[in-house]
Write a new protein. Sequence first.
Lengths: 260, 330
Amino acid sequence: MRQVKFIFALWKANLQAAMEFRAAFFTQIIFMMINNGVYFIFWILYFDKFNAVRGWDINTMMLLFGITASAWGIGAFFFGNFISLAEVIVGGRLDYYLSLPRPVLLHVLASKSIGSGMGDLIYGIGSFMLSGYFTPDGTLRFLLGVFAGVCIFIGFLVIVQSLSFWLGNTVALSQFALSALLTFSLYPSVLFDATTKFILLTLIPAALIGTIPAEFVREFSWQSAIQMVSGPLVFLFLSIFIFKLGLKRYESGSAIQVEV
Amino acid sequence: MSSIEVTNLQKTFQTKRKAAGMRGSLRALFKPEYNTVEAVRGLSFQMEAGELLGFIGPNGAGKSTTIKILTGILHPTSGDAKVLGFVPWKERQKLAYHIGTVFGQRPQLWYHLPAIDTFMLFGKIYELDDCETKKRISFLSEAFEIRDLLETPVRKLSLGQRMRCEVAASLLHRPKLLLLDEPSIGLDVVAKQHIRDAIRTMSQEEKVGVLLTSHDAGDLEALCRRVIIINHGQIVYEDKVSNLKRKFLTRKMVEVRYAEEVPPTFSIDGVEILKVGSYGVKLRFDTTKTPVDAVMAHLSQAGELVDITVSDPPLEEVIAKIYTANSVVE
C-alpha cells in the first residue's frame, strides 16, 4: 500500500509536469493515434486481397495491434524510463533515486511519462473495441493480455539496459532491442518457422506481447494461459534480479546535470 | 555519540585507457586496457552528532565519492562505515529517512514544476501526511526566504534561488544529518551567503549535523567548526577551523590609503610590497618574522593615514600551503 501511494504521487507529478506544456501533450497524443492508424492501413490493404493468413484475419490483427499498442502505451505513459534506463545509468543519474528511501527501479521507471504513450493506449483500446472481441470475457482476457505485455516490455528492456552496469554504454544496444521487440510484437508469430518462434518466445520475447495474448483473447487455452502468466513473471523476476546485481557495480558520475 | 564512523574506507574504479586517434579507438575496441583509480584510500574519521564538519579538497580528491558511499549511492571496495548506526550500502532505504542530501551538480527538484509540487511529492516519498508537509513547507519557506518562489516553475528560478529551494527540500523530513556536496557551486557571492546563513540557522535550530564537501574555502569558514582536508583520497589535515587559521594564517595582507601622495620607492624591511599607487599601498608580511606593531608603526610614520584594511589570505592559499607541506614530507 505504501508503494502504491508513492507511485500515484509520482504519476500525479508526471501529469502536472505534462500539463505545463498542454499543447505539446495533446499534440503528441493525437499524432501517435494517427501514426498507428496509418501503420495499420498496410494490413487493411493486405486483408482486402487475402481473407486470412494462417488463420489470422483482419479482426485478429486489430486485436493484436490493440494489445501491443495498449501495453506499450501503459509502459510509456506510466513507466516512461523503461525506454531510457541505460541513459540514466550511464549518465550517473541514479544518484537521485538512490538518495531517496524508495525502491530504486520502481522509482526510476515511474519518474518519467511519455505523452505519446497515452495516444498508443487510446488507439489500442479503440482497436480492441473494433476487433469484434469486445465481450465481457474477451475484455477480461484483453486486460490480462495487456498486463502481460506491459510486464514483458518493461522486464525485457530493463534486463537489456541493466547490462550498462557491466558493459558501459548500452544505449545503442537497447535501442536495437527495443526496435526488434516492438517490430516483431506487431506480427503474428504463426508467420515464422519453429526456430524464429522459439527466439520470439525467449531471446526477443515479442510473441509474449502480441501473439500469445491475442490467441488467449481469441480462444481460451491452458497453454497460452500458462505462457502468459509464466513469461511475464520470469522476465520481471530476472529484470529485478539483474538490476539489483548491477546496482552494486554502479559508478555514478560527475556530469553536471541541468534538469530533471 | 558519533553520527558518522568511517574506518579504512577504500574505493577503486576501473577506467578505460585509450590512445588518441582512430588507431587508439580500434585498439581499445579489440584489446581494452584499464587503469585502476584509487578514489578513496584508507579513509578513517568520525563525526559527532550535530557537528558541522567541512570535507574539503581540490577536484578529484575523493570528496564526492566519499559522500556517495556515506549516502549508500556507491558500494565501497573495502572498509567499514556507519551513518546514524546504519551501514549505508546495506541499509540505504532505512538511512535515507534520516538524512538529507544535496548534490550541487544534480538537482532534485522537478525542472518543469513549481518547487511546491516537488515538496509535496517529497512529503509522499518520506511518508509525511499532507498537513504535516504543508506546515513544514511553511516553516522552511520562512527560514530560506523562498515563500515567493514556491509557485514559480523551477526552470524559471535563478541558480541561487533554486539552490535555496534544493536545500529546503532536503530538510523537509527533519533529517538528523545533512550531507551537502558542493552546495555553493556556481553561485555568486550574495547567493552563497544566503545559502550559508540558512544552513547555519537550520543547524542551530534543529540540531542537524552537517557534512559539507566543497572546494570553496568560504563555505568552510562560514559554516564549519572542524575541517578534514583530503587529497588523492587520503586525509592530509584534520583539525578545528580556528586551529587551521592560527597555524596557517600567519600571513597578513594590508591595504592603506594616505592623505598625500606616496613615493614610488616605498618599502619596509621584511615586508613584501605588492602594489604602490599614488595614494595607497598594498603589502603582505609574515607575522612570525615581522612583528605587526613594527609594520603598523612604519605605515603610520610614512604619512597621514586615511584608511586601513587588514585581511587574512584566502583559505585556498592556506590549503595550497598544506598540500605543499604534505608533498614535501612525502
